[in-house]
Each structure stands twice: as structure tokens, then as C-alpha cells.
Design a protein around this ligand. Structure first.
Ligand code: F6P
Length: 343
């Protein structure tokens, strides 16, 4: 038996832990593992390494992915599907484990449903926006980075009596912002799910100052939007901030607006890619390991077209079709917890 693995989309901490788990299970069964490089591109270009027990030594705590990744989508490149199927057949793959976010898993679903690729999915992303699973690995590490950054920003904000705006990732959802904001004790958290009124944000900050709390932390998700009734971004700024393939910049514009409206010195920190790099937390290592083992079991049992998931503390499988085709928005209960501490 031979199985393939690939990691696609943005990288995140925990990918190597998942790869290691799959390879360790496979080698115990004498199953050969082909690691395709750079996501779906590796399967199309037949760019691969055989992964053995030796090749995964020491990778558990390492961030990134030893296989490399890309956002290449075979469904969008003519001829790719035919080549990919031919390569899969030539390698005699009896299963292909695709580790990725929405884009990678959507391709896995399509290739399984319409092209008989024996695909199984593992959800990963710092954004935690995949349906069908309570958590993706990478998210806990990103939240830890945000929490640590907010802790550090607190002391300098307090010394200078400033507002600190912290821009975080999360793509179209506010999971990182809300969890990071709760853990770090943010005074305001702005998420894509709730367009914000800048007047309300400024009132909160002014009230805090009048109450003797002369510093504040505002966490803003990269895709948070001003409420349509209170726009303050020019069309040019919107086009720059809310790009389809790359978000970022709302923090800077928000900081300028806050300073203009409140007169309080305001600074901005855009956390960017540090949220995605580095060593996974223990939680992410364990989740990725459990996902890897479950994915291997699904392939062995020929249960294709499935994605591994965590529900409560149980590792389960759900149809890939349930996981893709929409993003998992921030849980309203979590948002309400963050909101308790606004102001
Ligand atoms: O999906 C993970 C993520 O880090 C998002 O939070 C962010 O918007 C995006 O990827 C950045 O993508 P890229 O690596 O293509 O710049």
C-alpha cells in the first residue's frame, strides 16, 4: 500500500506534527508514504520525496511544513487534473491526505467527487474558519502569539497613556481577534462579523480615560469593516485594505481616526506573519497528531471523501462536503464574552 500527503494553502504551526503522525502510523504498517511538495502543485509536477521514519525525526516542534506549500489550485489550471490523476495512478496511491484550509479542502472534495481521487482531508489554519470542526491546528499558536503581544503592549501603553491598536489576521472571520482579545484583556475587539461604529469605539476610549484609565488596547481583525452608517475610509483605502488575496491595513487607518477623534496618542502594531510562524503550542501539536492518526485510519479503511475533525474532545470524521463551501463564522457566544470587557 502507498499513500500520498500534501500540505496546501498558507502554512501554520502543527503541519509537521501531522505529517510525522501519518508517517509514523504508516511505517508501523509498512506502508510507503509519498510527500508531494508545495501542495497540489507537487502532485501535478510529480515533485515528491518519499517520507520515512527517519525523515520525520525531530520535526514535531518545528513550524512551517517540511513539504513546502503553495496556493496552487488544480481546478483553475487547465490540464492539471488529468496530469494529477495520471501521477496518482502511477504512484499507485490508495489514499491521498490533503492537509489544508478551505481552498485545499475544496479541491480535495471536487477531486474526490468528480475525479475519483481517494482523498481524505485534514483541516489546518490559524484562522479557525473551517466548518465541521470545532478547532483547526495553528489557531491556538496564533492566539498565544497575539496574547503575548497584547501583554507586552499593555506595559508600554500604560507608561505612555496611549491607545494601542493591534491588527491581527483571521481572513474573513474574527476568531483570532476574539480569542486573542479575551486572553490579552483587550478593551475593544473589532471583528468582521460585527461592522463597527468608530464613534462608539472613540466614546469607549474617552470614557476609559475619564475614569482614570488613560491607556487602552484595541484589537482589530484584518477584515473588520466600519459600519456603513459611519464610513471613514476612502475608496482608495478600502481597495488597499480589503484586497481579495491579501488583507491588511485597517489598523493603521483606525489608529489615525481614533487619534483624530479622541486626541489620545494612538499607535498601531500589525502582528502579521509572526502569528503563523514558529513552534506550535502543545495543544496544536496534540491536535495535529490526533488528526494525522485519524486521517491515516480513514485512508486504511478506504473511507475517502472525509475530513477529520474535533468535536468536543473527540476526533471524528465528517464529509468533505460538509466542511467546505462556506466559512465558519465567529461563535456569537465567544463574541459576547469579549464584549463584556469592552470599555
Ligand atoms: O489563512 C491564513 C492567513 O494567514 C490569513 O490569516 C491571512 O489573511 C492570509 O493567510 C495571508 O495569506 P498570504 O500568506 O497569502 O499572504
Amino acid at each position: 500500500m502507498r499513500i500520498g500527503i500534501l500540505t496546501g494553502g498558507g502554512d501554520c504551526p502543527g503541519l509537521n506534527a501531522a505529517i510525522r503522525a501519518i508517517v509514523r502510523c504508516a511505517s508501523a504498517d509498512d506502508v510507503k508514504v509519498i510527500g508531494f511538495k508545495n501542495g497540489w502543485l507537487g502532485l501535478v509536477e510529480d515533485d515528491f520525496d518519499e517520507l520515512t521514519r527517519t525523515s520525520v525525526i525531530g520535526i514535531l516542534p518545528r513550524g512551517g511544513t517540511i513539504l513546502g506549500t503553495s496556493r496552487f489550485n488544480p481546478l483553475k489550471h487547465e490540464g492539471s487534473i488529468k496530469t494529477l490523476k495520471a501521477n496518482s495512478a502511477r504512484h499507485q496511491l490508495s489514499g491521498l491526505i490533503a492537509v489544508g484550509g478551505e481552498g485545499t479542502l475544496s479541491a480535495a472534495r471536487e477531486l474526490f467527487e468528480h475525479h475519483q481521487l481517494p482523498a481524505v482531508g485534514i483541516p489546518k489554519t490559524i484562522d479557525n474558519d473551517i466548518n465541521g470542526t470545532d478547532f483547526t491546528f495553528g489557531f491556538d499558536t496564533a492566539v498565544s502569539v497575539v496574547t503575548d503581544a497584547i501583554d507586552r503592549l499593555h506595559s508600554t501603553a500604560e507608561s505612555h497613556h496611549r491607545v494601542m491598536v493591534v491588527e491581527v489576521m483571521g481572513r474573513h472571520t474574527g476568531w483570532i481577534a476574539a480569542y486573542g482579545g479575551i486572553a490579552g484583556g483587550a478593551d475593544v475587539v473589532l471583528v468582521p462579523e460585527h461592522p463597527f461604529r468608530v464613534s462608539r469605539v472613540c466614546d469607549l476610549l474617552i470614557n476609559r480615560k475619564q475614569d482614570g484609565r488613560a491607556f487602552s488596547i484595541v484589537v482589530v481583525a484584518e477584515d473588520a469593516h466600519p459600519h456603513p452608517e459611519e464610513p471613514f475610509l476612502s475608496d482608495d483605502a478600502c481597495a488597499r485594505i480589503y484586497r481579495h488575496d491579501r488583507l491588511g491595513g485597517i489598523g493603521e487607518m483606525l489608529a489615525l481616526e481614533i487619534e483624530r477623534c479622541t486626541g489620545i496618542q494612538t499607535r498601531v502594531t500589525k502582528l502579521g506573519y509572526v502569528q503563523r510562524g514558529g513552534s506550535p503550542t502543545a495543544f496544536d501539536r496534540i491536535l495535529a497528531t490526533r488528526f494525522g492518526i485519524k486521517a491515516y485510519e480513514l485512508v486504511r479503511g478506504q473511507q475517502y471523501g472525509q475530513m477529520v475533525a474535533i468535536r468536543g474532545n473527540k476526533i471524528v470524521n465528517v464529509p468533505l462536503s460538509e466542511a467546505v463551501g462556506g466559512l465558519k463564522k465567529l461563535d456569537e457566544d465567544i463574541y459576547r464574552v469579549a464584549e463584556v470587557f469592552f470599555g
